[in-house]
Design a binder for this molecule. Structure first.
Ligand code: OSB
Ligand code: MG
Length: 368
């Protein structure tokens, strides 16, 4: 494979509903679409998942574009590649900027899968034909509203409910959910809204038998999470704190978590995500695939990743229609009784709607 041309599209997409977390509210999402072409004319697609503002990690849409144009694409353009695993090696001299790396690496993986006449899931070694999906629900204006929203998703068949929590929207909320819905698979995601000063409050959550609590403490911490886990019965799942295989190894060694949420963008691509998956499988740490409110291309990558065997808990990759009026792939991602069927056609498994992307694009950069 030799990448000879890369097009970068930036699209402004508005989600059907705003999504509120402890770090802020998101509704308009700038989607970066990467279209890479190789010398034989095969095309692969990737998606940049950073938000406009650096609230979740330090990356933004603009830093992604800067890294892609000025550093990452020049490194791989016109270079002979045998396998997509080489991309992260070539990028290793560039510190972090994982979402930018992942956006172009994903397109190379897609080309490789098409070259070898495999689905992306097959190309990475995935074995699950159907994957279980849960739903992540943002902070709502009232508990009543939240209960109503949860009831709707349970009816649609989602296999796990995740609710966002923050100080003032936690114990009472979880208690109300348990009262109304009993023993449903339930978890909470704090997006780093607490500190060790909140141990007593977090301990109150133990009474509700949550599947896990996601990222209660600082985004870059693994030490305090280990201290907290010793005092909690609820398993801790790390999201923001895990940006590489090395982070995962250290967190597991320290006892900072007993579950890991893997996001391809956060860890710098599919190759690194797979390494974390394999390491966790060896250490008996279950993993699941998180979401970044992706459009269809990112969603397709998540589905392929989730087909790996140690993705044993429902992920956050919900149906396209939950987020978008019209997604950029066909068919859109469909959820049937809480599962998604992993596509088997070559590449990412969905047809990318290039006409729609070109008509929505605010900017197009072509690099060759
Ligand atoms: O912490 O997992 C998170 C959305 C935006 C930023 C961070 C997170 C989330 C979600 C929603 O929980 C995932 C999704 O539905 O794509
Ligand atoms: Mg999270």
């Amino acid at each position: 494979m030799k990448i000879t041309e890369v097009s970068l599209y930036t699209l402004e997409m508005r989600m059907k509903q705003p999504f509120e977390t402890s770090f802020g509210t998101l509704q308009d999402k700038t989607i970066i679409v990467v279209r890479a072409k190789d010398e034989s004319g095969l095309v692969g697609w990737g998606e940049g998942v950073a938000f406009d503002a650096p609230w979740y990690t330090e990356e933004t849409v603009k830093t992604t574009m800067h890294m892609l144009k000025d550093f990452l694409i020049p490194i791989i353009l016109h270079k002979e590649l045998q396998h997509p695993d080489e991309v992260s090696k070539l990028f290793s001299a560039i510190r972090r900027n994982n979402m930018a790396k992942s956006a172009i690496e994903g397109a190379v993986w897609d080309i490789y899968a098409r070259h070898t006449h495999q689905s992306l899931a097959q190309a990475i070694g995935g074995t699950q034909q159907r994957i279980d999906v849960g739903i992540s629900i943002g902070i709502q204006p009232s508990i009543e509203k939240l209960l109503h929203v949860i009831a709707g998703y349970l009816e649609e068949g989602y296999k796990r409910i995740k609710v966002k929590i923050k100080p003032g929207w936690d114990v009472e909320v979880i208690s109300a959910i348990r009262d109304r819905f009993g023993d449903i698979p339930l978890m909470a995601d704090a997006n780093s809204a607490y500190t060790l000063d909140d141990v007593e409050l977090l301990k109150q959550l133990d009474a509700f038998h949550l599947m896990m609590i996601e990222q209660p403490l600082a985004h870059d911490d693994i030490v305090d999470h280990a201290i907290l886990q010793k005092q909690l019965r609820t398993p801790i799942c790390l999201d923001e704190s895990i940006t590489s295989l090395e982070d995962a190894r250290r967190a597991i060694e320290l006892g900072s978590c007993s579950v890991i949420n893997i996001k391809i963008g956060r860890v710098g691509g599919i190759t690194e995500a797979k390494k974390i998956h394999d390491y966790c499988a060896e250490k008996n740490i279950p993993v699941w695939c998180g979401g970044m409110l992706e459009a269809g291309i990112g969603r397709a990558h998540n589905i392929a990743l989730t087909s790996l065997s140690n993705f044993v808990m429902p992920g956050d990759t919900a149906a396209s229609s939950r987020y978008w009026h019209e997604d950029i792939i066909t068919p859109e991602v469909m959820v049937d009784t809480g599962t998604i069927t992993v596509p088997t056609i070559a590449g990412i498994g969905y047809k990318v709607n290039r006409e729609l992307i070109e008509s929505m694009a605010k900017h197009i950069n072509i690099i060759k």
